[in-house]
Design a protein around this ligand. Structure first.
Ligand SMILES: [Zn+2]
Length: 439
């Protein structure tokens, strides 16, 4: 018998591997922060003696979900302005509210609220873009959440920085601080082609090459964005970014609802990643990303919720279902984007886009133990013929019972282990009262 930290016996283990396996009556052995073994339960009981053992006879164990695009702290603006198009929403509501209310404390509480929601929704890693990335990284580290924290860059002055030199300098100090961190990775996050000019983008290109950083950016979110750019610069935004050398394997292009055939070829040959945010795109009436076509062209497509202010939640289960449904109705093809493919978008494809697929994104021996238990023993989820179908089409985030990140249990029977929920709710109310009293 080998002594290990944790042994999870499950009804189903869905590793999201190349074989699309669905293992029945299997166990996962966890030691320190990694998956040590995945094997049939009777054998596991003979081979391993664990400090903690869990019998999850009605649960599916899946890789922790990866939210590949969000703005965590914006959880405090959830429901502040709805039923508006992107530019009206941004220019007349979100940017003014950010100028008035965003500060270190706002980002701290907003990020705690977002991470609490994400862990309770089965998300173990998020790709962020917001002001005060130093605070976002600090909060994620304290809670024990995995994140790729975006070093934001935008042409106009904000509460975080006044000009591109300051944005880049402050971003680089966050990069330096978290170099070598187990849970936190950083990426440059220029907001969008229409908010960042050529000079800072060239600097980003150089720095990303030197420091091996990824680039996380909203691109071709709406037809308006593309039309305006063509009018002002004579070229479409993606072409401008390609001319600046930004379209390569480190690019995470968020939204991409407007793509011509040759642009799909460009992204595919460059090896760039596309992050699909179907609910935000639908709510803001931004457009539809042609996920099936992109995937058929060999492009890695991952899934994100975008912020809680344009969605209005950070629920990757809801996002998976929306992605599947939107792909089907927009192509009038019910076979488009089947459940297995959507689950890959929410797990391993996200890890690939973030450059961490050697660490997480699937349940495999040697990878980090980022594991989510989903309870199928509820009235709403019985019977179970196909657990993968259930994950996408039937169950909801309330079915998430337990979550481990890097081998540490962060959710136990839906209770958060590293967040004081009572205190968090009080802090959240205090800040939202200030916002209500101001506006
Ligand atoms: Zn966004």
């Amino acid at each position: 018998m080998k002594n290990i930290d944790t042994l999870l016996h499950a009804r189903w283990v869905i590793p999201v591997d190349e074989k699309q396996s669905c293992l029945e009556h299997h166990s996962i052995a966890i030691h320190e922060d990694k998956i040590l073994d995945i094997l049939p339960t009777p054998t596991a009981k003979q081979e391993y003696q664990a400090h903690t053992t869990r019998d999850m006879s009605q649960h599916a164990l899946i890789p922790g979900l990866i939210n590949s695009h969000t703005h965590a702290a914006m959880n405090l603006f959830r429901g502040l302005a709805d039923d508006l198009g992107l530019m009206d929403w941004l220019e007349n509501h979100i940017w003014p509210a950010e100028a008035k209310h965003v500060n270190e404390s706002f980002v701290q509480i907003g990020t705690q609220l977002a991470i609490a929601e994400m862990i309770r929704s089965g998300t173990t890693c998020f790709n962020d873009m917001y002001f005060y990335p130093d605070i976002t990284a600090k909060v994620a580290t304290e809670i024990g959440m995995r994140a790729s924290v975006g070093l934001i860059l935008i042409d106009f002055p904000t509460v975080w920085a006044n000009n591109s030199v300051e944005y880049i300098d402050k971003g680089l100090s966050v990069f330096d601080h978290y170099k070598g961190s187990k849970l936190i990775k950083t990426a440059f996050a220029p907001h969008a082609p229409y908010t960042v000019s050529d000079e800072p983008l060239k600097q980003v290109r150089t720095l990303c090459d030197e420091l091996e950083l990824n680039i996380h950016m909203h691109i071709h979110e709406t037809a308006f964005e593309v039309e305006q750019a063509e009018k002002n610069t004579g070229v479409r935004p993606l072409q401008r970014l390609a001319d600046l050398g930004l379209v390569g394997p480190t690019l995470q292009a968020v939204h991409m609802t407007q793509l011509l055939d040759d642009e799909i070829e460009l992204i595919a040959s460059a090896g760039s990643h596309v992050i699909h945010c179907p609910e935000s795109n639908m709510k803001l009436a931004s457009g539809i990303c042609q996920v099936s076509r992109l995937a058929a062209a060999g492009i890695n497509v991952a899934l994100g919720t975008d912020s809680s202010s344009s969605n209005n939640d950070l629920d990757m289960f809801g996002e998976m279902r929306s992605a599947a449904m939107l792909a089907k109705i927009s192509t009038m093809d019910a076979t488009a984007l089947p459940a297995e493919q959507v689950l890959r978008m929410a797990t391993i494809n996200g890890a690939r886009a973030l450059g961490i697929d050697d660490i997480t994104g699937s349940l495999e021996v040697g990878k980090s133990a980022d594991i989510v238990a989903v309870n199928f023993d509820t009235i709403e989820t019985l019977p179970v013929y196909n657990p993968v179908s259930h994950l996408v089409y039937c169950c909801s985030r309330e079915n998430v019972s337990d979550v481990w990140i890097a081998g540490k249990q962060r959710l136990s029977d839906r209770v958060l282990n590293t967040i004081d929920s009572t205190q968090l709710k009080q802090d959240c109310l205090r800040i939202t009262d200030e916002i209500k009293n101001y506006s």
